[in-house]
Design a binder for this molecule. Structure first.
Ligand SMILES: [Fe+2]
Ligand SMILES: [Fe+2]
Length: 222
């Protein structure tokens, strides 16, 4: 299961690299790439939110939440906690949302996600980051629309895209090096294997969407 999630991280990172290339092109007045940005953001949403975060929130996190290792102080993420404070993701997303009050809160994948939010679990940190990612996808979609209508309106879009990529890259690195390491040492191989089966079932139910992800990746890869 953890290897499956790590492989998804690599695929999300490839999409983020494509998104970064397109972000730098927004500054170029000879290029108007609103359609490319729209297509890339659409498949990032499919892969990151609808599949990857769905698996973490519905399959992995409920089991992690039962672990004493997590309850007794949580994973040793001190280094990442310091970086998180420095990057101040919370303030950035709050500021962006203040300017777009009609962006709605993300629906939870399952009920336990809501209860984790309520009881101050250490998992609240990655869950909040998932929510921020969802907000960014919506904020960026609005800004792409405006950029589509006015090619000179580039600055707000670039700011949001760079913040989104920064958040996602930080989140992926933190899970690879911290949260997933706790899961690997604390969960039995039987449990991990069963979770992998559930993850593959979810992939099968989204086979068409995954095909689209691959198509868009191939279209915009060099
Ligand atoms: Fe995550
Ligand atoms: Fe993840």
């Amino acid at each position: 299961m953890i290897q499956h999630l790590i492989e998804e991280h690599r695929k999300i990172q490839s999409l983020l690299n494509i998104l970064k290339t397109q972000t730098y092109l927004v500054e170029d007045s000879n290029v108007h790439n609103a359609l490319a940005l729209k297509e890339i953001m659409h498949v990032i949403k499919i892969l990151a939110r609808d599949l990857h975060h769905h698996k973490e929130e519905a399959i992995l996190f409920p089991l992690l939440d039962e672990l004493p290792q997590l309850k007794n102080g949580g994973p040793k993420c001190t280094l990442f906690y310091g970086i998180k404070m420095e990057k101040n993701f919370d303030a950035k997303i709050k500021k962006a949302l203040l300017e777009e009050p009609d962006v709605i809160a993300p629906p939870a994948w399952i009920d336990i996600t809501k209860s984790l939010h309520d009881k101050n679990s250490p998992l609240k940190i990655p869950l909040d980051e998932h929510d921020y990612g969802y907000y960014y996808v919506n904020l960026i979609s609005k800004e792409i629309q405006r950029y589509g209508e006015d090619p000179l309106r580039t600055h707000p879009l670039i700011v949001l895209l760079l913040q989104f990529v920064d958040l996602m890259e930080f989140h992926i690195k933190k899970e690879d090096e911290c949260l997933y390491q706790v899961a690997l040492t604390a969960l039995s191989s039987e449990v991990l294997c069963e979770m992998r089966g559930q993850a593959l079932t979810l992939d099968q139910s989204k086979a068409k969407e995954l095909e689209l992800v691959d198509l868009v990746m191939a279209k915009y890869s060099n």
